[in-house]
Design a protein around this ligand. Sequence first.
Ligand SMILES: [Zn+2]
Ligand SMILES: [Zn+2]
Length: 500
Amino acid sequence: MSNVGDPPIRLLMFTSDDCIYCPPVESIVREVVGGAMKDFIYVNTVDVNENPDAANIYGVHSLPTLMINDQIVLQGGMDDDTVREILWNTLLTLAVENKERVVKSKTSLLELTHNSWQSLTGTRMLRHNVGDFIHIAPYQLTLLSLYSLDPLVPTLVYQAGNQLGKYGIMFHVLSILEPRLGKTARRSKRLKYLLDALELYFSDKEVVPTYFADEAKALSYDDSSYTIEIKGLVSGALGIDVGEPMCDYTAGMLAGVTETLLGAYAVGEEIACAANRSDSCIFRITFGDNSTKRRQPREEDKIDINNRRLKFYESSHEIAVNLEESLFMRKRLRSIAGDFVHISSLQPIIVSLKLMDDFLGSILYSSGRELGLFGWGKTLLYEILDSMFEDEEEPYSLPLDIDSGVEGLYRYMTHPTTLLTKEWGVVRLKTTEIGDYMLNVYDYCAVAGISNVGKTLCDFLAGFLVGRLSVLIGYEASVEEVHCQGTGAEFCQFKITRNN
Ligand SMILES: [Zn+2]
Ligand SMILES: [Zn+2]
């Protein structure tokens, strides 16, 4: 796996609570590093009263002291402009030198979260035709089909969340929710403000209306861990028992943001999950030096793979029932947040899995195919066929030929019922000169708003199309994503080859 987690530049800031020159310098650091430089730099704050050893080791004699990659660049109080100049000069030089090493996935994650932020604050809409929210059931089905396929997935999803917590704009969002967060150097206070901010982050419906969860509450904290309870979390509020926790993404994200804010290595685990016989999801985040135990693979990950798949298969049927009740009978699946969630809850999972490693593209593809074969919407698919053939003399029989199959798939993708979930926007079907099909999907939720990362990203959707089409034609046609918003196109284009 590529080493996407290691940023190239380290900035260490030594402070203490009684240092009067520290707060202005710290706020300039946040200002410089929080902007364009953020994806190049990893900031750690060290309180010399809490860590006298670190101060000795690095030869810190006066405060504040700034070290960049183990070189002291500033010591003692200075006027603001000098501080700014030193920071920009040192960091820009290093950033340019290290430019080649900046991993694309991190930049893309930043971009994604920046887009989401613009969407949430109403300055930019990512999907003009369908809006930026999707129904929670397709989100859950996507996650479920990923989890069912490979026991490695929970760990990967954790890593995706972890990167987002560390390098996304979550810190920025949390500081808006709790302004005192960026203004204190003492770790114990920071933790208290972090917990206040997290409670707001998962409950707020006005400043950051993501609708990720109903509400959150910090249950306990001490100097090496905290626990937080989240109700109605999108990945956990399935209304059914899947048999294992499903919220590794949030566990990773909480650990990531804690690590960045406290400057201490952090590990997250979900100790109770609403998808696994609990009323809510409860996370424990442990932090400390590097000896804090690494995240262990979960017990559930080792369970017999066939049983696990069967369990997930049953669960996906129950979610499909929930979905129909939510769409057609106005039954609410979540009491406070309602049944739609901002697309930023799903995008980083799909995008970072693909960008982490090309191999993971095949996991995404297989999971999508599984969902296409067995997932929600097959009854609708047969109803569509009935209406497609209602004027024919003979009743149709499966398998269909490829032309009728693709027509059926297209009608499914553009059916008002399917569109209610808001997974994608407009869909168009075209035929090439040699008779292959081009299915153009606009505003697919996983990639809407992303700019060119040089890769197609929608392996999951490609797999889904293969699976759904094979229900109709009886074999797996070749479906390849030839253009994607991830390669700079305006829409995602899937080529369905006529002859395999
Ligand atoms: Zn959960
Ligand atoms: Zn795409």
